[in-house]
Design a protein around this ligand. Structure first.
Ligand code: SF4
Length: 350
């Protein structure tokens, strides 16, 4: 098959046969029969997929849509419950915005998501990418959707050698020029699928690609090296101390983090500031603290964290200076953000 005719048509033809089966997606066949995607599910999946893989999102998506099948149900959910279910997906500001957005849609838009990218961008936590993705996928608008997968595919197809992020405007313009008027929602998903399954970061499978005949990167032999990236500065390392206090009745001393800032609104172990030098001790309760001798390590967007761990057993009558004891039966390690769960697992072993 030659693809020198129309790239969008060639890609859609491939998509009709090879579309990934995703729980939030209406596949090409039911779509052709008139089935429409549920904008709530499209929005939820797009928020979950920001910087997270499809494999990691599937279970979360299933749990969220079982617990809260509509945007109104999510809007009515208790904040702590939603944050707990989000734990492990990371980027907790997204979970807070998720709730805010659900409430705006439920209360100010009568439960209906706006249909244009411009109107969608006004919703909390919905940036240009997510707005374009929802408008295209849920409402079949001819929006240009450019995520990491699409950047890679387009940079290769047009042999764009300018490193990212400087190449973004060119990539967006090229991607926009390819977007068809017909079936733009399927097309947006087709480019994403091509990037996820054929035009993969390493070893693109050009031999079975619907764009193989006119892909400039393949013809120039540069495909596997694209997109070029400006080298990143190494991330700094910050240090902190987490205090895991257990009361004799089994209750754990936990603290809800302030809404703004890293891990905002999440439950965590009280601790010191996180600093690039030695952290100042900040025990949340008077106790005989024991050094676990292991560090919980975690990498955030802008730094690596090394968290030293202290544990203590405290008597019933002692009052904490920070945080509150959570009874054992209410404590679910899975409600903790990943770094706090790592701390718990290490302290339990140590
Ligand atoms: S031919 Fe190869 S490099 Fe070009 S779009 Fe297809 S998989 Fe990617």
């Amino acid at each position: 098959m030659s693809t020198l005719r129309d790239p969008a048509a060639a890609l859609l033809e491939w998509y009709d046969r090879h579309a990934r089966d995703l729980p939030w997606r209406i596949g090409p066949e039911p779509r052709a029969r008139g089935a429409r995607p549920d904008p709530y599910r499209v929005w939820l999946s797009e928020v979950m997929l920001q910087q997270t893989t499809v494999a990691a999102v599937r279970d979360y998506f299933h749990r969220f849509t079982t617990l809260w099948p509509t945007v109104e149900a999510l809007a009515a959910a208790e904040d702590g419950r939603v944050m707990g279910e989000w734990a492990g997906l990371g980027y907790y500001a997204r979970a807070r915005n998720l709730l805010k957005c659900a409430r705006v849609v439920a209360h100010e838009h009568a439960g209906h998501f706006p249909e244009t990218a411009e109107a969608l961008r006004k919703l909390p936590g919905v940036g240009p990418y997510t707005a374009a993705a929802i408008a295209a996928i849920a409402f079949d608008r001819p929006e240009t959707v450019v995520d990491g997968n699409v950047e890679r595919v387009i940079a290769r197809r047009f042999d764009i050698r300018t490193p990212l992020p400087a190449a973004k405007p060119e990539i967006t313009a090229r991607a926009g020029a390819l977007t068809p008027e017909a079936r733009p929602g399927c097309y947006a998903q087709a480019v994403m699928d091509l990037g996820a399954t054929i035009c993969t970061p390493k070893n693109p499978a050009c031999g079975i690609c619907p764009w193989r005949d006119d892909c400039a990167g393949r013809l120039a032999g540069t495909a596997a090296d694209l997109p070029a990236k400006t080298p990143k500065k190494p991330k700094p390392v910050r240090h902190g101390i987490a205090y895991l206090a257990r009361r004799v009745d089994g209750a754990w001393l936990l603290e809800r983090r302030p809404d703004s800032g890293l891990l905002g609104g999440m439950l965590g172990w009280p601790g010191s500031e996180w600093t690039e030098g030695d952290p100042a001790p900040a025990p949340p309760i008077r106790a005989e603290w024991r050094d676990v001798g292991a560090e919980a390590r975690h990498t955030f967007t802008h730094f690596h964290l090394r968290l030293a761990l202290r544990t203590a057993l405290v008597p019933m009558e002692r009052t904490p200076e920070r945080g509150a004891f959570l009874p054992l039966e209410e404590f679910r390690p899975s409600d903790l953000p990943t770094v706090m769960r790592k701390a718990f697992d290490l302290a339990a072993k140590g």
